[in-house]
Design a protein around this ligand. Structure first.
Ligand SMILES: Cc1cc2nc3c(=O)[nH]c(=O)nc-3n(C[C@H](O)[C@H](O)[C@H](O)COP(=O)(O)OP(=O)(O)OC[C@H]3O[C@@H](n4cnc5c(N)ncnc54)[C@H](O)[C@@H]3O)c2cc1C
Ligand code: SF4
Length: 516
């Protein structure tokens, strides 16, 4: 029988998943260091159910190893299963079973998984294992499941703006008594400025891989070398301290201009004034409440203007909590919604990043190299293109889930299926986020270096977003024309001559036929 490097009688096995690396995670509440074993396991099943970007896999495994080391340093007994450990079953269930078998576990305690697939599986574990499996609610979110259900109950529309206002009132963030700071809930109208190249633009701090991270990089190259994306240079922080440094850098250097340039896009500037904290936040290296409180302090102490701080807090307290609420409220069927009946296969350019469209090449190129694109690139470039081209929303969803370092289904799916592809028929967005080249030209400098001409509406050199936009509206007239926010565009379409409408249809058909 194999030697047991653990206490002879283990009462509780505490399972921590790869995106649950917070010291205060629910599964570690009431941890008894003398009695319990904390388990983390690198398993191929979780890295491959969609073929995640190599940088994301490396980030999660390296952060798990760093977290395990921190727990050990705090005197916790940790069972850490590396991907290439002999006997690794490469499935979470298999690893928990192996631990139960080897450690004489009385009970398993874990925090709820962040997606339907794993939540459904773990719900079967208690009967499968024959011992208690306690699954605790993930208390890292500011809005609990029950609070979101209560907010949603009886509402005809589940608009983020009203949820966000409620969250401001409930938490007190950016509130002056019972009024919003600055007497307004939302400063978005001040947040749509185009950016100019700036030599002093803040860039996220880069962290050199330590020896353990380097061994993860070697492992990922060996095991997942054929996955999408560039593994190196790898500059993500993998510890709480590194994530804290990244947050401090953002608060000091970029937050003051976050609002102004939130929608802007510039060639060669993947990050602009964005925070680049989503990957840290989503695995638990940062905490949402703490980020909001510290951003508010920047405003209260006059280091950042209100339009910037309100815009930033809205993303976390509003959007992030809201999409999670929608994800759990809607259930797994949400992932298959396809209100516009879009069926085109995802074109290869999403993987190759090879295209003459400069805006798409920029967003896809940095997705490949950095596993990052900012919100407007995801929504108004790659998402907008998929929407206009009529790509199957489930394939679009799988792509977004695979390619970003911050991608977890609870946050990715509502953003893709609902906000970006309007595949939920308007549950999340009041109108489709569809735009022609003029919008992209207004908020970016991409068009200047493009093979296509954003001013041209028809012909081989015309910007594809121009004719695809009108073709999208024409194709979806039955579903969209009664939407009051889209109706004015149908009036414009109807005022066009028959020849112009035929031209749009011809250009769009030719372009889409060539899209493979
Ligand atoms: C199609 C699509 C897919 C997306 N997939 C993901 C995903 O898989 N994971 C993810 O974390 N975000 C996703 N987003 C939301 C958003 O694009 C990213 O959170 C953001 O780009 C991360 O970069 P940042 O940290 O620099 O964010 P910033 O722009 O600096 O914003 C600050 C923080 O606010 C939060 N946030 C901002 N917008 C959203 C939003 N719409 N929904 C939820 N949280 C938000 C994030 O935690 C982010 O770190 C997606 C958006 C779209 C349109
Ligand atoms: S011209 Fe059209 S395709 Fe080219 S960068 Fe501008 S919006 Fe994109």
């Amino acid at each position: 029988m194999a030697a047991r490097p653990y206490p002879r009688v283990t009462a509780v096995l505490r399972l921590v998943l790869g995106d649950q690396l917070s010291p205060r995670i629910a599964a570690l509440r009431d941890l008894n260091k003398a009695r319990d074993v904390v388990m983390l396991a690198e398993v191929a099943d979780e890295a491959t159910y969609v073929r995640h970007h190599k940088k994301k896999i490396a980030f999660v495994f390296a952060a798990m190893r760093a977290f395990a080391a921190k727990l050990r340093a705090d005197g916790v007994t940790v069972r850490y299963i590396k991907l290439d450990d002999p006997g690794n079953t490469n499935a979470l269930k298999g690893e928990v079973l192996r631990a139960i078998d080897e450690l004489r576990v009385d009970e398993v305690v874990m925090t709820e998984a962040g997606e339907h697939r794993l939540a459904a599986e773990t719900a079967t574990w208690e009967s499968a294992f024959g011992i208690p499996v306690e699954i605790r609610e993930d208390a890292r979110f500011i809005c609990s499941h029950a609070a979101f259900r209560t907010w949603a109950q009886g509402r005809k529309q589940l608009r983020m703006e009203y949820f966000y206002r409620q969250m401001r009132v409930d938490t007190g963030f950016l509130m002056d008594g019972n009024k919003p700071a600055g007497d307004r809930w939302n400063f978005d109208t001040e947040n749509r400025k185009p950016a100019k190249g700036d030599l002093f633009m803040p860039r996220p701090p880069r962290f050199a891989p330590d020896a353990e991270t380097q061994s993860v990089l070697d492992l990922v190259e060996a095991r997942f070398g054929d996955h999408f994306g560039d593994l190196t240079p790898f500059w993500f922080g993998v510890t709480h301290d590194a994530a804290e440094q990244a947050l401090q850098h953002f608060l000091k250097e970029a937050l003051p201009r976050f609002g102004d340039y939130q929608d802007a896009m510039l060639v060669g500037e993947p990050f602009l004034y964005h925070s680049i904290v989503s990957m840290y936040l989503n695995v638990g290296l940062l905490d949402a409440r703490d980020i909001c409180a510290r951003a508010e302090r920047e405003y209260r102490e006059d280091r950042a203007p209100l339009n910037a701080v309100e815009g930033f807090i809205r993303q976390i307290l509003g959007w992030r909590e809201y999409v999670r609420g929608i994800y759990w409220l809607q259930g797994p069927d949400y992932l298959r919604r396809n209100a516009l009946g879009a069926t085109r296969d995802l074109p290869w350019l999403y993987w190759s990043a090879e295209t003459d469209m400069a805006c798409m090449a920029a967003a896809l190129g940095q997705t490949k190299t950095e596993a990052y694109a900012h919100h407007i690139q995801r929504l108004m470039i790659t998402g907008n293109f998929a929407l206009l081209a009529g790509i199957d929303p489930h394939q679009v969803h799988e792509w977004y889930l695979a390619v970003y370092a911050d991608a977890y289904e609870w946050v990715e799916a509502p953003n893709t299926i609902g906000m970006s592809q309007f595949a939920d028929g308007g549950l999340l967005a009041s109108k489709p986020y569809a735009a022609s080249g003029a919008y992209i030209d207004r908020v970016s400098d991409y068009c200047k270096g493009c093979e296509y001409d954003v001013k041209l509406k028809a012909g081989a050199k015309a910007c594809p977003f121009n004719y695809l936009y009108w073709d999208f509206l024409a194709r979806n007239r039955t579903t969209l024309s009664s939407n009051p926010r889209v109706a004015p565009m149908y009036k414009t379409l109807d005022r066009m001559s028959d020849e112009r409408r035929e031209e749009i249809s011809r250009d769009a058909t030719m372009f889409l036929q060539a899209l493979t």
